[in-house]
Design a binder for this molecule. Sequence first.
Ligand SMILES: [Zn+2]
Length: 89
Amino acid sequence: MSLALDIRQKSADLWHMQRVKRLARQYLMLGPHVLIRVAELPCSDENCPEPVTQISLLGLDLTRQMIVVHRPLAEVSAADIAYAAQVRS
Ligand SMILES: [Zn+2]
């Protein structure tokens, strides 16, 4: 991968991270103090080629919640987050 391509890929990843964070804050009805971390990880199922997107939430009371959307970061949609919000808890 060329350097320019690599940089473009990184900024795209960053953009999607911000996008997914925004969606999570909106659809999971998180307050401004909840820290959100978004990461794209390999699926724990070794037969599955697709990465998953992991959204971790850290509240002020230090409770941690983890939401996993079975989709690559760039493909996580508002509907995925809304669904995750429903099945959570
Ligand atoms: Zn998978």
